[in-house]
Design a protein around this ligand. Structure first.
Ligand code: ADP
Ligand code: MG
Length: 464
């Protein structure tokens, strides 16, 4: 009984520290808006980098020709080719391939990583069928989706600010990633030019707007989390270039690095951050995204094992292994609908080597999943409300007809973790009210960033 009392105490404490009441989320949304202003005012003015994407024109639907995209930003990278048929033809044909990145390359040297990518890209090009047509004498053109913070200097160049999401590669920070990729392609003998360098958020926004003109922002909830949105160019004090004709500029917020005293942080989050490859950074991301949720759960389970003997007298050794419990497994346990929580039991056995758990223990674990996942989902919703506030879309304006507001959403966490995505959507309604929420649509853009990058390659082609 003493054990259960201690376990209950630990869970209650977690629940209290993870609490995200409406008022707190609204404060957080407001803080997000304030930081957005600060980040737009000057470089280094905020934790939010508010990076200028150099995308001032989004796809129109008139794009035409054969274009490629490469998406690097998580555990996998994707290559894609698309034959665009212009206004009437739209997407004539597209093909994609996904390749997982060997873990040693994520912490190795820059050349090794880019050589691997260029080699895969060359293989992909070599496998091209007859449905794809490159006019004679033309160079292949690529949109490069690179989902790490990049300080761009033009649409097709930019230097890496820092690695995130478990990547830690020597010799890339401060380098132009397009130049790195270009050199690697040359080493492979691949004749292809990078004409657009974009973040996955920008790619998702571009891909989203191609299909729905009311898209105003894009959010990624995958291994990491980030957002991009359309800003008025004259509302960007740090932009000293010419005002674009469109009057608009897409901003990559890098919201994963958001931080605020309103964020609910626990001892587990502090420890996870300290043990991470980037302590003190990407705090918002570490509370929300797929790379981390499972490990937060593991840390709570470890505490329960050590202090409340949740799994018996011996602490299961595997519980001490960082990242052994991945978010997809947490999600599978969380969604277990069987009356005896059979799947929770088998996951514990399979992943952590924990045998014979009681139903009571399994229920407790599902409750932990709920606390951790819903905190993340609610924080992400508050972030979205922050963007809508900045755009003046968090309230309805009198007299005008009700505009649709669409958020293009991508990422495996949102796509597969149903309890997470449902909670995010209901929290948006809670924060915005029924009337505004009725004008807001979250559109899941599956691999939208790939097609988006190819579309941006088309609109920045050297042959236009
Ligand atoms: P990336 O963010 O690496 O570009 P994805 O958008 O495909 O790639 O997202 C992959 C991430 O999504 C994984 O790292 C994982 O955290 C999360 N994820 C994948 N499948 C699931 C699942 N079934 N349940 C919860 N999270 C998942
Ligand atoms: Mg991705």
């Amino acid at each position: 009984a003493g054990r259960w009392a201690r376990a209950a105490e630990i869970v209650a404490e977690l629940e209290e520290q993870c609490a995200t009441p409406t008022t707190r989320l609204l404060q957080m949304a407001e803080a997000m808006t304030v930081e957005m202003h600060a980040g737009l005012a000057s470089d280094g003015g905020s934790k939010l980098k508010m990076l200028i994407s150099y995308v001032d024109n989004l796809p129109t639907g008139h794009e035409k020709g054969l274009f490629y995209a490469l998406d690097l930003g998580g555990t996998n990278f994707r290559v894609l080719r698309v034959q665009l048929g212009g206004k009437d033809g739209r997407v004539v044909k597209q093909e994609a391939e996904e390749v997982s990145i060997p873990p040693q390359l994520m912490v190795g040297s820059s050349d090794d990583l880019f050589d691997f990518i260029a080699a895969e890209l060359a293989k992909f090009v070599a496998s091209e069928g007859e449905d794809f047509h490159l006019p004679a004498g033309r160079q292949r053109e690529l949109g490069f989706t690179f989902s790490f913070p990049v300080q761009q200097s033009s649409i097709a160049s930019g230097t890496l600010v820092k690695w995130t999401k478990g990547f830690s590669i020597t010799g890339t920070v401060g380098e132009d990633v397009v130049a790195e990729l270009t050199r690697a392609m040359e080493r492979q003998g691949l004749d292809m030019r990078v004409v657009a360098l974009v973040n996955d958020t920008i790619g998702t926004l571009a891909g989203g707007i191609y299909y729905d003109k009311d898209v105003v922002a894009a959010v990624i909830l995958g291994t990491g989390t980030n957002a991009a949105y359309i800003e008025r160019a004259h509302a960007i004090p740090k932009w000293h270039g010419l005002l674009p004709k469109s009057g608009e500029m897409v901003i990559n917020m890098e919201w994963g690095n958001f931080r605020s005293s309103h964020l609910p942080m626990t001892e587990y989050d502090q420890a996870l951050d300290l043990d991470s490859l980037n302590p003190g950074e990407q705090i918002f991301e570490k509370l929300i995204s797929g790379m981390y949720l499972g490990d937060i759960l593991r840390r709570v389970l470890l505490k329960l094992a050590e202090e409340a003997a949740l799994f018996g007298d011996v602490v299961p050794p595997k519980l001490k292994e960082p990242f052994i419990l991945r978010t997809p497994n947490m999600s599978a346990m969380h969604h277990d609908k069987s009356s005896d929580l059979r799947l929770v039991g088998s996951k514990l056995k399979e992943i952590l080597g924990i045998q014979n758990t009681t139903l009571k223990t399994r229920k407790l674990i599902v409750n932990l999943c709920d606390i951790i996942a819903k905190r993340g989902a609610r924080l992400a919703a508050a972030g979205i409300v922050g963007i809508l506030k900045k755009q003046g879309r968090d309230t309805l304006h009198d007299g005008s007809s009700k505009p649709r507001t669409v958020i293009a959403m991508d990422g495996g966490l949102f796509e597969h973790y149903t309890i997470f995505s449902k909670c995010l959507e209901s929290t948006l309604t809670e924060l915005l009210g029924e009337e505004v929420a009725a004008t807001l649509f979250i559109e899941h853009a599956n691999d939208g960033s790939g097609i988006g990058a190819a579309l941006l390659a088309a609109s920045h082609s050297q042959y236009l």
